[in-house]
Design a protein. Structure first.
Length: 70
């Protein structure tokens, strides 16, 4: 039984061909081991140079917006 296919970070479609899957990085989870970020080979350059950093930045900005009262 195969594991679930990776999902492309750009188009949200499953990556059914392992040869077409590009590992972009690893995102840390708040309460778990986190997860890997994958994209189709042809979409990898469309996601951005560092999707993990962008995601972390977005999370920081959201947390700041939710918590900032000054
Ligand atoms: Zn894709």
């Amino acid at each position: 039984m195969n594991a679930a296919p990776h999902v492309c970070h750009h188009c949200d479609e499953p990556i059914t061909d392992p040869d077409d899957a590009v590992l972009l990085g690893h995102e840390m989870g708040n309460s778990g081991p986190g997860w890997d970020i994958w994209a189709h080979r042809k979409h990898a350059n469309l996601v951005g140079p560092d999707p993990v950093a962008v995601s972390i930045l977005a999370r920081v900005l959201l947390a700041r917006a939710a918590g900032a009262e000054d």
